[in-house]
Design a binder for this molecule. Sequence first.
Ligand code: BGC
Length: 541
Amino acid sequence: MAHTRHGDDLYPEGEDLPDVSGVSFDHEGKDGRKVGFLWGVATSSYQVEGEILSNDWSVFSRSGFVRDKVDSIAKLAKISINLEDPGKAVDHWNLKVFGDDVRRTKSLGLNAYRLSIEWSRIQPAGPSQPGSDGSGFDMDAISHYSRMLDLLDEAGLEPIVTLSHFTLPKWVLTPPTTLLDAEDADFKKSLGGWCSKSTVDAFVNYVKCISGEFKNRIKYWLTINEPMSSVAFGYLAGIWSPGFMGAEDRAKTVIFNLIDAHARAYDAIKQVAGSGSMVGMAHGMVFPKVKTENDILGVNRKATAQYDYCFNKVFLEAITDGIFNPTLMLENKDCRIVEHWKGRLDFVGLNYYRSVYIYQNELISLVVPWAGGVFDEDLGSAGARHNLLNDLGWEVYPAGLYRLLKYLDDRFGLPILITENGFAEKTDTSRGSEAPIGMRAPYVVSHACEVLHAIKDGVDVLGYLYWSIVDNWEWDYDYMPKSRFGLFNVDRESKGKGPLPRVKTLGAEALEYIARHGKIGNAAEKFGTITPSGTALLPPK
Ligand code: BGC
C-alpha cells in the first residue's frame, strides 16, 4: 500500500521515478510493432468552434432558470461556477482561424490533432427533416469538416476524431428549463438524451454516416468523451446538461445506454470504415486518494473503493470483458456477460489531470450508494491539506499518471493513448527572471517523464495529447482566466479586428522540446519539473 502525503490510495506501487534518460517515446509495442509516438493537442467542438446553437448545451447555458439553479447548487457546494454561452469561442469554425491554430500545432513539431465532430451540425434538426439525402444530414457541415481534415492532412497531423464530446443535438436532448422536468414540453418533445434507447439508435445512425464519409481519412476514432463525467455532473450533481440532481435511476440507465452506444458505434465503425480503424473512447480518470483526515471507522476508504470502481472501472470492464453489473456495486456478485459488449475496444483513451481526496457523504451514500464518495473540486478553497495545485484548485500528481497507465496495462493489456492532460493557469508567469515560476512547463515535463516510466515498464503508450492548443471555453468556468489550459494563451481583451491574438506559453516550448527530441533530454533543467508525488516544484537550472 503506497502512502501519499495526505491520503492513502488503493493502487499498487509508489512514486519513485527511475532514470528515464535513455528511454525513447518511439518504442516497440507488445506485439513487436513499431510505435511512432503521437504528439498532439486535443479540442472539442463546443469549446472551440463558436456559434453552435443547435445543441443541448446552447439551451442549458442560455436559460435563466438553469443558470439560477446552477448558481444555487454552486453556492451550496461552495464552488465557483460561471455558466455562460461560449459565443464565438475561439472561432475554429472559421477555417482561416482553425488553419492558423493547426499551423501553430505543427510549429511545435507535433504530429497529431484531436478534434470532435459536432453531431448537432451534422444533423441539426433530426432525421425526419428534409436533408439532401433524406436523413437530415447536412452536407455543407460534412464538407466543412472535410476541409478541416484537409488542413490537418496538409500539415501532416494525424487526426484523432471524437464523435460525441458532451453535447447532443437539441432534437435528441432539450434540457428542461422549468421546475417540473416531467412536464417540460420541449424536453418531452426531444428524445430525452442518453436516458432513452432511441438516442442510442440515433447516435449509431450518425456514427455510420460520419464513418462512411471519412473512412479513408481517419484511423483513430473516439466514440464518446468521458461518459462517466456526463453522468456525474449531468445526472447527479446537476451542474451540466441536462441538469438533473441525484437522479439515481436515470443516471444508471444513462450509464448502460452509453456503454451500449459505444459498443454499437464500435461495430458500426468497423463495419463501415473497415477493420483497420482503431476505435477507442476517451475515459476520464482522476487518481483517487482516500481522505484520511477524520476517517472514522475507515468509511472513506470504502467510499473511495466504490467511487474508483464505479467511475474508473465499470465502463472499461463492460466494453472489454462484457461485464454487466446491474447494481454497479463493487461487491455485487450478480454480474453477467453481455456478448455484444465484449472486445469492443482497440485502445484505451485516457484523460488524466489530477488526484482527488475522496470521502463519504451521508446523503450520497443514501441516495446514490453506487457513486461511492465525493471529493472537493477546489482544494485551494476547501481548506484541506493538499500538494501543488493548478489555478482551479486541482492537485498535481504526476506519478498518478504512471500508476493509472500501469493499472490499465495490467488489467486490459491494450495500447493506451493519452487523449488529454493539461494544466490550468491564470497567467503564464514563466518568462523573465523576476516573475515567479509558472507551472505549465514543469507539469508537462513531469508527466512526460511518467509516460517514459510506463514505456520503460512495458506499457504500450501510443501518444500524448495536451489539452489544449489554445485557451478555450470551459464547461464550468466559461472564459475565467483561472481555467486557461492553452499552450497558446488567447487574449480575449483584445479590441483589434481579426482573430483574438495568441501568445505562446513556456508550456508549449517544453512540449516542443520533448516532442522534437523524442526523449526527455534536458527538459527538467531547461523548463523545471515537478516531483512525482506532486509535492514540490523543481525550478529550471
Ligand atoms: C474534458 C474537456 C475539458 C477538460 C478540462 C476534460 O474532462 O474532456 O472538455 O475542457 O477536462 O476541464
